[in-house]
Design a protein around this ligand. Structure first.
Ligand code: NAP
Ligand code: GDP
Length: 341
C-alpha cells in the first residue's frame, strides 16, 4: 500500500473545517477519502497572517492538496465594527497560504469565498461571473475585497503555472468555492461575532434556560432587525461534502457557488421560527419571536444561483433546513459548556 497523500485543511478547527472532519471520519461516507490523510490546522498550529509561521506549517505537513478555509470570519455586526481588520488580516492569510501552496508544489488548492462578497447593486440571481462587477455592500467591504482577491490570485497563479510547468507535468490548480450562509455544529455562537443562525440559537438557548430556572413554560427570542431580509442557508455537512467533491472532481479555475436553490431562500423571520420550533421540541419551552428594529438589517438579499453546481451534480441532496437546525440545536444543548461563545 502506497503512502497516503496529505490534505492540509486550514481553518480546520472552525465550523466548516470540523464538518469536513466529521464527513471524512463518518463510516458511511469516508470510503471515498481512504487514500488521503487529513491535517486539520487551527491558529494554534500557525498564525497564517505571518509568512514564516505559514511556511513552517507547510514544511511540517508537506501537503499535496490544500483546502483553505482559515479566515477572520463574522456576522454582520462584527464586520460593521472591524472592516479594516477583516481586510488586512484576510489579505495576509490568503497571500501567505497561496504562496506556500505554490512553493510546496501543491497539486490543488481550493479556497473559500462567500456570497456576501458579490456587488451590492446587482441583478438576481447572482452567478459566478459577477464577483467583480461592482462594489460590495458597505457593511463588509473589508472582508469582501480580501475574498475577491483570492479569485484574482487564483487567475494570476494559473497564468504563472501555465508558463512555467515542465512539459508532461500536471498544471497545479488553484480554485475557489462560494458558499452561502453556513450553519451547524462547531460554529461561533458569540453574540457579537456570530452569524444569524448561531446568534439566534444562542439567544434561544439562554431564553429557554432562564424560563426553566424560573419554572415557566414560555420564553421570547429576540430577533435583530425586521426579520425581512432573505438568505440561503447551507448545512455545514452538506458544504463539507461539496468542498470535498470540488477537491477531487472540479477542474476549473473559475469559482463555483455551493448553495441550496433559489427556491430554498427564506427570511430571517422564518429562520428564527425554525430555531424557536427546534427549542420547543427539545425543551418543551414555547418560544415566541420578538423583533428589535434598532439593529441593522444589513444586505436585504444576495440570492445566488446554483445552476452551475446542478450541471455537475444534478442529484446532490441538501439537508432540509428544519433537520439541520434541529441537529445543530441538539448539538448545542449537548455541548453547551464547550461551544465558542
Ligand atoms: P470559523 O468557524 O470562524 O473558523 C475560522 C477558522 O480559521 C478557525 O479554524 C480559526 O482557527 C482559523 N483562523 C482564523 N484566523 C486565523 C489565523 N490568523 N491563522 C490561522 N488560522 C486562523 O469560520 P467558518 O465559518 O468555518 O469559515 C470557514 C471559511 O468559510 C472561511 O473562509 C469563511 O470566509 C467561509 N465562509 C463562511 C460562511 C459562514 O456562514 N460561516 C459563509 C461563507 C463563507 P482557531 O479555531 O484557532 O481560531
Ligand atoms: P450576513 O448574511 O452576512 O448579512 O450576516 P448574518 O449571518 O449576520 O445575518 C444578518 C441578518 O440577520 C441581518 O438581517 C440581521 O439583522 C439578522 N439577525 C437577526 N438576529 C441576529 C443575530 O442574533 N445575529 C446576527 N448576526 N444577525 C441577526
Amino acid at each position: 500500500m502506497g503512502t497516503k497523500e496529505i490534505i492540509l485543511v486550514t481553518g480546520g478547527s472552525g465550523l466548516v473545517g470540523q464538518a469536513i472532519r466529521s464527513v471524512t471520519e463518518d463510516s458511511n461516507t469516508n470510503e471515498a477519502y481512504q487514500n488521503y490523510s487529513f491535517y486539520f490546522a487551527s491558529s494554534k498550529d500557525a498564525d497564517l497572517s505571518q509568512l514564516e509561521q505559514t511556511r513552517k506549517l507547510f514544511e511540517r505537513v508537506q501537503p499535496s492538496y490544500v483546502i483553505h478555509l482559515a479566515a477572520m470570519v463574522g456576522g454582520l455586526f462584527r464586520n460593521l465594527k472591524y472592516n479594516l481588520e477583516f481586510l488586512r488580516t484576510n489579505l495576509a492569510i490568503n497571500d501567505n497560504v497561496l504562496l506556500m501552496a505554490k512553493e510546496f508544489k501543491v497539486k490543488k488548492c481550493v479556497s473559500c469565498l462567500s456570497t456576501c462578497i458579490f456587488p451590492d447593486k446587482t441583478t438576481y440571481p447572482i452567478d459566478e461571473t459577477m464577483v467583480h462587477l461592482g462594489p460590495p455592500h458597505n457593511s463588509n467591504f473589508g472582508y469582501s475585497h480580501a475574498k475577491r482577491m483570492i479569485d484574482v490570485l487564483n487567475h494570476a497563479y494559473s497564468d504563472h503555472f501555465k508558463s512555467t510547468v515542465n512539459v508532461g507535468e500536471k498544471v497545479p490548480l488553484f480554485t475557489s468555492v462560494i458558499p452561502t450562509n453556513v450553519y451547524g455544529a462547531y460554529d461561533n455562537f458569540n453574540l457579537e461575532d456570530s452569524h444569524v443562525i448561531p446568534g439566534l440559537i444562542f439567544k434561544a438557548y439562554q431564553a429557554a434556560h432562564d424560563a426553566k430556572e424560573k419554572g415557566i413554560e414560555h420564553a421570547k427570542l429576540n430577533v435583530f432587525g425586521t426579520g425581512r431580509p432573505r438568505r440561503q442557508f447551507i448545512y455545514s455537512k452538506d458544504l463539507a461534502r461539496l468542498i470535498l467533491w470540488t477537491l477531487t472532481d472540479y477542474e476549473e479555475v473559475e469559482p463555483i457557488i455551493l448553495s441550496v436553490g433559489e427556491e430554498d431562500e427564506i427570511s430571517i423571520g422564518e429562520a428564527a421560527q425554525l430555531v424557536a420550533d427546534a427549542f420547543t421540541q427539545e425543551t418543551s419551552i414555547k418560544i415566541e419571536l420578538e423583533y428589535d428594529q434598532s439593529f441593522s438589517d444589513g444586505q436585504f438579499k444576495k440570492t445566488a444561483s446554483n445552476f452551475k453546481l446542478r450541471q455537475y451534480l444534478p442529484k446532490f441532496e441538501f439537508t432540509p433546513i428544519e433537520i439541520g437546525i434541529r441537529e445543530t440545536v441538539r448539538w448545542v444543548i449537548a455541548n453547551y459548556d464547550s461551544i465558542r461563545k
